[in-house]
Structures are given as structure tokens and as C-alpha cells.
Design a protein around this ligand. Structure first.
Ligand SMILES: Nc1nc2c(ncn2[C@@H]2O[C@H](COP(=O)(O)OP(=O)(O)OP(=O)(O)O)[C@@H](O)[C@H]2O)c(=O)[nH]1
Ligand SMILES: [Mg+2]
Ligand SMILES: [Zn+2]
Length: 350
């Protein structure tokens, strides 16, 4: 018994699914072995405990897993090869990008999605807005090789949406920040630069910020096929964790969108590159420090401390950079590293 809701919707809103409109590219083509020409190519649409659904050129398909294979090895957005007669999955192709997230208290990272071009980080113009949390998402997006874009929802409930936009824009150089109402058709038009044929976007953010509402608008889903959405709690503005699994949907104007469940917390690990990009103003100062392994805490000749004293560096950014770098390297640095685990930013000059 397959839940075809989103996969059938995907095929019905797309006149003809070509592999390239589904996101297929040379990167995947190059992975095919000569003997694999007979297999059909599928993009994973939903991942359940015991089954996978996918989209292929001919429409939605339920795939059969080979023995000893586990659905946990697959992410929404993955490309796989399958037998055209039996729909038996043959193998997964290497991912161009993969979004891994670590939940507090859990050792194994979750696969939030694969082969994503743009990560829409969704936050509301209310108590949900939190620069430190947005930075975690940005580090994650940078590390995964996806382009982050911040989406600000619920501007209609805030008197000063521009203030939120300004704050969000300051978090990373060149970051696009879009104010939109996910309930309105205008939202789709505002996102066309990223929602194009063959492109895949994913939505992440806290519960209740409007991710599924936006999916319904982008996909043009009729009420009976729509993603379920939930009202936020009156007393604290928190969402109710309405969405519980990830799914891929066709965007009416072209491209694909992955809906994800809202997250309570996000831990960052092994994201040195993502953090370097996020905190470019600190990354650029580091080569001017006297010591190659400067921690920017107390060393003489530290360019970062100098910028701090001169007022050209935001002290809160430095604090958050340190916290994130330490958290990231806690899960990365080898135990016998001469710098132990507190090596914030130390591998910068590798
Ligand atoms: N006023 C207002 N309400 C909005 C806006 N965007 C979304 N909502 C409402 O916020 C509620 C939560 O929306 P959802 O789309 O379910 O949120 P979600 O991010 O998918 O939440 P989870 O699935 O729990 O992670 C719904 O009642 C939406 O109608 C907005 O811009 N303004
Ligand atoms: Mg949802
Ligand atoms: Zn320094």
C-alpha cells in the first residue's frame, strides 16, 4: 500500500517529466556503467521505514528494496537505478549534495535530503527569529554545498519586518533574504530565481513557520492533496510538528521542492568549511594573526582581537563563531589531536 499523494500530484502537475527537468545532469550520467543502460532512473520522493517511492520519466513508482538494504540509506532527492520490469532497486548514485543534520542527543546524522540546489531557511518574524539558530542552518547549507536563502514569514503579524530582514541579511555575505507570505500566490513569483526547471529546493526551519503552507502554494496543490498544515500554539507561538516525514513535490512553475518536519534543535558537526564561509569577516582576518594556530582569544598580535577593539568586528559574531566552531570540531577532531577538542578554527590554515 503506497501513499501516492505527493508522487501522483508530482506527475499530474508536470506535463512531461524529462530526466533533466527532474534534476538529472552530467554528474549522474557520468556514473553510469555500460551494463547499466537498461535500468530506469528514479528520483526518491518519500522514504518510509520499509518502502521507498520515487518519480521517474513515466510517473510515480513504488520501489522494491533488495535484501539487506535499508531505507535509512536513502534520502529524498536521491537518484537510483531500478529494474524496469520488477522495480527492484539496483543501486543509488553518488550525491551531488547531501544535507545531514544532527539532532541533539543523537549520534547518527539524519539525511534530510540529497541533490538539493537551494536551501530555503524559513523563519517567522516573531519569537522564532534567532540569529544563532539561523547561523547553524547557514553553516549546514554551506557545508552541504547548497545555496542558502532565508525566507521570512508572518511579516503580517510584525510591525517591523524590515528590521528582521536587516538582521537576517547581516548573517552571511551575499545572502538573499526574502519576505513572503506562504499563503499567497505571490510567494511563488518571489522564489522563481531558485525554482526553475531541473532545480531542487528544500525547506527547513522550526515547526509552524509555514514550510508546508509554502509547499502547497508552490506546488499548486488542491486542498485534498495538500500537505497538512497546522496552527501554532497561542501561548508561545510554537508549532505542533504537523509534518512528520520528508517528501518531494513538483513546483507548478518548474523545479522540485522538499518539505521537511520542523526541528526542535540543530547540532552542527564537521562543518569547518560551512563555518568559514558563514563567518567570512573572521576567516579573512585570521591570516593576519601572528600565530598560525591563533584561537583569537588571548594571543598577542591577534588581528581578530584588534578588529574587535577597533569596533569593526561584532563581538556577538565572534562569540557565536567560537561556540559553533567548538561544537563542530567536537565531533570532528581526532582524539589524539595536539589541540584536543577545543580547536575552534584551528584547521583554518590547512
Ligand atoms: N499570519 C500568517 N500565518 C502564516 C504565515 N505563513 C504560515 N502561516 C500559518 O502558520 C501555520 C503553520 O504553518 P505550516 O505550514 O503548517 O508550518 P510548518 O513549517 O510546515 O510546520 P511543521 O510541519 O510543524 O514543521 C498555518 O496555520 C499557516 O497558515 C504568514 O505569513 N502569516
Ligand atoms: Mg509542515
Ligand atoms: Zn587571532
Amino acid at each position: 500500500l503506497f501513499d501516492w499523494k505527493n508522487v501522483t500530484e508530482a506527475s499530474s502537475t508536470t506535463h512531461s517529466i524529462t530526466l533533466s527537468s527532474l534534476g538529472w545532469s552530467k554528474f549522474f550520467e557520468d556514473q553510469l556503467e555500460p551494463h547499466e543502460a537498461g535500468f530506469t532512473r528514479h528520483r526518491i520522493a518519500t522514504v518510509h521505514r520499509a518502502r521507498l517511492t520515487a518519480i521517474s520519466q513515466t510517473g510515480p513508482v513504488g520501489l522494491t528494496l533488495p535484501v539487506h538494504s535499508h531505507t535509512g540509506h536513502f534520502a529524498v532527492g536521491d537518484w537510483v537505478l531500478a529494474d524496469p520490469q520488477t522495480q527492484l532497486l539496483y543501486r543509488r548514485l553518488n550525491r551531488k549534495t547531501v544535507l545531514e543534520r544532527r539532532i541533539e542527543g543523537s549520534k547518527t546524522p539524519q539525511l534530510a535530503g540529497a541533490n538539493i540546489n537551494t536551501l530555503f531557511i524559513v523563519t517567522s518574524c516573531n519569537a522564532d527569529f534567532n540569529p544563532a539558530r539561523l547561523e547553524r542552518y547557514l553553516a549546514l547549507a554551506n557545508e552541504a554545498g547548497t545555496t542558502p536563502v532565508t525566507l521570512l514569514t508572518k511579516a503580517d503579524t510584525a510591525p517591523d519586518a524590515q528590521t528582521y530582514q536587516k538582521q537576517a541579511s547581516a548573517l552571511q555575505r551575499g545572502l538573499a533574504v526574502v519576505i513572503l507570505d506562504p499563503r499567497s500566490g505571490d510567494a511563488a513569483a518571489a522564489l522563481t530565481p531558485w525554482c526553475r526547471d531541473g532545480q531542487t529546493v528544500a525547506l527547513v526551519g522550526s515547526s509552524g513557520v509555514g514550510k508546508s503552507t509554502l509547499v502547497n502554494t508552490l506546488a499548486g496543490l488542491t486542498p485534498e492533496r495538500a500537505q497538512e498544515t497546522g496552527r501554532i500554539r497561542e501561548h508561545d507561538g510554537k508549532g505542533r510538528h504537523t509534518t512528520t516525514s520528508r517528501s518531494l513535490h513538483a513546483i507548478a512553475g518548474g523545479g522540485w521542492v522538499i518539505d521537511t518536519p520542523g526541528m526542535r534543535s540543530l547540532r552542527v558537526s564537521d562543518a569547518a568549511f560551512g563555518i568559514e564561509t558563514l563567518f567570512a569577516e573572521i576567516t579573512e582576518l585570521a591570516p593576519h594573526c601572528r600565530f598560525r594556530d591563533c584561537t583569537h582569544a588571548h594571543e598577542p598580535g591577534c588581528a581578530v582581537q584588534k578588529a574587535l577593539a577597533a569596533g569593526t568586528l561584532d563581538p556577538e559574531r565572534l562569540t557565536r563563531w567560537r561556540k559553533l566552531s567548538e561544537e563542530s570540531s567536537e565531533h570532528t577532531a581526532p582524539r589524539n589531536s595536539p589541540f584536543g577538542n577545543a580547536g575552534a578554527g584551528r584547521n583554518k590554515k590547512r
